[in-house]
Design a protein around this ligand. Sequence first.
Ligand code: AP5
Ligand code: MG
Length: 209
Amino acid sequence: MQLVFFGAPGAGKGTIAKKLFEKYKIPQISTGDLFRANIKNETELGKKVKSILDNGQLVPDEVTIAMVNDRIKDDDCKNGYILDGFPRTIVQAEAFEKTNPIDAAVYFDITDDEVKGRLGGRRVCSGCGAIYHIKNNPPKQDGICDKCGKELLIRPDDAVEAIEKRLVVYHEQTEPLIGFYKNINKMITIDASLAPEKVVEQIEKQIKL
Ligand code: AP5
Ligand code: MG
C-alpha cells in the first residue's frame, strides 16, 4: 500500500502516520523528518536546507524528489509506505506518479485557525520523534518524553512568523494537489479536526490497510 498524506502544516499527518505504523507496520516517510535529521547530523544536505526549513519555505523539488526516491529503495519500503509531507507541489506529484504511482492520497482537511492552535502547542521528542501537544496530548512529566525519557523541544518553524509563512506556502503550492489527485481518482478526504482515533477510523473506512 503506497499512500500519500497531505494537508496543512499541523493537520496531524505525522501523528496519524505514527499510529498507523504502530497498528499496521506501514513505514512513515516524512520528508520534514528526513531534512531535520540531516540538519541535526550537519550533513551537506542539512547545511543546504536549514535556513529554508527555519523560514517555512519549500526545499527545491529536485532535491526533495531525489531524497524520497533514495529512501523508498530501503528494505522496509518493499511492501508499501506512507509519504508524510511529500509530494507538496504539482511538480513533485507529477514526477512521483510517473515513477511510483500511489494507491491513494489522503487529504487532511482542517482550518488555518485550528492548525495555529496545534502548532503553537506542539512539542517533539529530541530522541524518538514522538509528537505531543501541551493541551491535547501532554506528556506525563513536563518537557520529558513518556516513551524514551529524552527532552521535548519546540520546532524552530513553529515560531509564530514561520507558521504564518508555512500556511501561505501551503495554500499556494500544496493545496493544488487536491485537484491533481481528484483528477486521477486517488483522493480521499478526511476531517482532520477530529480526535486522532476518529481520524484513524475515517482512513480505515475508506482504505483497506
Ligand atoms: P514537515 O515536517 O512535513 O512539516 P508540515 O507539513 O508543516 O507539517 P507538520 O509536521 O508541522 O504537521 P503535521 O501535519 O505532521 O502535524 P503533527 O502530527 O505534528 O515539513 C517541514 C519543512 O520541511 C517544510 O516547511 C519544508 O521546508 C520542508 N519540506 C518537507 N517536505 C517537503 C517537500 N515535499 N517539498 C519541499 N520541502 C519540504 O501535529 C501537530 C500538532 O497537533 C501536535 O502537537 C499534535 O499533538 C497535535 N495533533 C495532531 N493531531 C491531532 C488531533 N487529531 N487532535 C488534536 N491535536 C492533534
Ligand atoms: Mg509532521
